[in-house]
Design a binder for this molecule. Sequence first.
Ligand SMILES: [Zn+2]
Length: 135
Amino acid sequence: MAELTEHELHFLYTQRIDESAVMDCSWMRSHGYKREMEQEGYLWCIAPKSCYAGHRLRSRAGHCIQCDTARIAFVKRHYDRAYIYIAGSLELKVVKIGNAIWPERGVAALNSRYYGGITDWVMLYHAKYEEAGKI
Ligand SMILES: [Zn+2]
């Protein structure tokens, strides 16, 4: 088991990632670890190879989360439980599919922001999904 360095532990702490959520893939082959992570349900790992900057922490997609912390929010959002909604406008006969934590607020925000030049957005459908980003 590879040990996380003090620097890595501090990084994980600042990004609110529990160290138990990091899979040790340091001993694996570069081409096999992403599939292993998926099977084990991990989003983060100690990668077999460091990035060009010497970091070891990666997302399941293989991106260095230390070089690009925006990846963390992206991945978390992808796997978060959230509502998928379909909103529609009768006036312009269009639909919009989105995800939101509070779908009613999301549709209200579309109207107040004049989204797509439309102010008659109504909720047509919404349902809660475990991994909303996948849907
Ligand atoms: Zn890096």
